[in-house]
Design a protein around this ligand. Sequence first.
Ligand code: ADP
Length: 809
Amino acid sequence: MAKCFNLELLLYKFRQFKNKKRKQGTNDRIKTLYKSILFLIFGIINIFFSFPQYVIAQENKHETIKLQLRWDNQFQFAGYYASEWKGYYREEGLNVEILPALKSDGTILSATKEVSEGRADFGIGAADILIANDNGADLKVTAVIFQQSAARFYLKTETPYSFIADLANLKIARNVNDLIDIELQAALINEGIDPKKIKAYHHSPRLDNLVSDEVQVVPGYKLSLPFIANDLGLNLKEIKLSNYGVDFYGDSLFVNGKLVKKNPDVVEKFVRASLRGWEYALTHTEEIAYKIDKELINALKIDKNLEFNLYQAKIIKELTLYPIVEIGHINPYRWEKMHSFLNQIGLVKKDLNVDTFIFNPNRVKAERDKNIKRFFVWALLLILFLLIIIFIWIYFLKKLVNMRTKELKENEARFRSVFQNTNDTICVLKQGIVFLANNSFTTMFGYTPKEFYGRSVIELTTPEFRELITNNIRKRFNKEKVQDFYDIIGIRKDGTLFNVEAKVSVFEQEGETYTIAIMRDVTESKKSKEELKKEKDKAERMSITKSEFIANMSHELRTPLNVNIAAIQLFESYIKNTLYIDKEKIAKHLKAMSQNCFRLLRLVNNLIDTTKIDAGFYEPHFGNCDIISVIENIALSVADYAKQKHINLIFDTDTEELMMLCDVDMIERIMLNIISNAIKFTYDCVDIDIYNKGDIVVIRIKDNGIGIETENQSIIFERYKQVENLFTRQNEGTGIGLALTKSLVEMHGGNIRVESEPGKGSSFIIELPIKQNISEEVEVPRVIDDSYKDKLIEKMNVEFSDIYKTIEK
Ligand code: ADP
């Protein structure tokens, strides 16, 4: 039950919450959800669209670019210095750091390694770029500066040499697989000579071996070796490998593939500025050579540095083929061919994709645009997919919400109907104030629940319970244990009172303590309980009475029989012994015998009549007669007998004659029974009055005897009831008389009651309705002749038999 209340309270709270939110409603909430999701989606789209702008903004940032050279600072790299000095890089928004490869400690950095490992962005290389890529690097060629390779083989002028095949017979100094050696191998392969068959002699960069004739041929770059030889006074002739179909590119500018992907614009800017620098350097060779000599620090200390740079400028002009060939020009076929040579000598194994190997800004940009477009397409598809998922999700969510709402409503309706339709009054209280109540509240208290909301529960009960309830509310609030059952009196709205049983329980919710009171109107059940108790008491009393009656009856039957048997035995002994028979004694015994016979007769008559009445067989014989004379005759007849007991019996009436419908025999039974009781219990006086009260006639038999206790006054009319106990009583009797009398009075449509005061006497008052049967002839009052007298005396003897004196006829 308490659970049910909890639920009801929850429902109530939920209702309150819903009322607040009602304006919004489930659909509105879902609309809000839709809006939020759309907002989110548009947010995402916005991010997608601003992404390319972000990328471009990133690209436009002032970048710092590192360029790794392949040797010490010298005219070989003049274009890059020129670009820096002339501010071409700055114009492109670039900060450029030019890093020489030769360190002061003599170590030489590999440009391909530095760039591929991310320590530099750009580098200068040639065939080594292809080798590095084959080994896993991601390098792109952006511009070729030296259209011809600077790699040469040198021999003394006098050394005989005509064809490359002559080399097989000469001692060649080799650094196997260095860039110059690669070109040599390529030339040998082209001529059908296996490079492995050419012995590699030790190579000394300072040409000592050549001077001492240890070797006849030495490799070297045209950029420096002739200058050194000239310095040594050596006359050398050169073998140019391009004459043997080996057309390798010389210095080329390459870039890390990651930078191309990340920022192709920066790459393009750097290449553009570098080529501008080269154009400048090649057209202003002396100025740049002079600046290189003056401003750049060299790890390699060269004596005639200016001359050296000027020498280099001259050679580089040749190698770049400028201005015949556009500076930076790339022929992809030449790179493929270089790759093919490298492949033949086993230095590269993978295929070359020349399209991706050569940096093409337009292609990269197109690729980037394509990627952005693809990104957008995928993003849109993803958004579309997400939207579909979200809308499906919302659709099912909406369905679920509707379903749950329906279930909730059904449950609410079910619980409401249980709550409202239960017969018990249920009310929920918060600190004694009615918070919630069901419809039965109206039925029980007359208030509608709404009328009583917010009012104190103590108003529902009578003042004597209010203090108890108030104290208990306080105690319960303080978490003290108090009674949970109340048997109180309730007050309805109209002020009427009724019995209430209340069962109280407590529950807590959200920190609040609530009391549930289940109240029941127990007025009817209380009444029936009381009646049941009365009936039970009555039945118990009856049971006791019956036991008493049986004991009484045994006594009443046995006493006269014993007396008669004793008399009979006496007579038998008289006859047996033929003794003198004392007539007086015999008469006395016979009198006793007859009195006891009358007692038995009275008892039997009473029992039979009672049984007859119970069974509905007692037939009254109503006739019109003068009730005054009937009562007066009885009074006169009894007066003689009363006198014997020294009792004064006085008759009084206010009416001479009163004809009414009655059964004279019954009236006689009624009167004789009451008068015999009066004589039995009085001290000296019995008054019999009869008064005409118009509608009724009132007969009153009054004595001044022992009287009857108030509590016994109502029970003497019950069957078998005697006030005195069998063993303590002073007078005989079975307790049937007054019950029978009452039945007879009621058969006349009248009633009988007693007014009595213990010690002062009793009055039995009979009220009979005055009815007359006009259709019948008026019955002539009985003549008070001897036979009537005899009959009456006989009746008196029977009725008075338990007073022990028989009236003489
Ligand atoms: P019974 O048939 O044995 O006489 P009743 O029904 O006539 O019994 O009387 C029942 C009881 O009522 C008597 O035993 C007696 O205790 C009491 N009673 C009746 N009349 C009187 C009276 N006038 N004064 C005192 N007690 C009376």
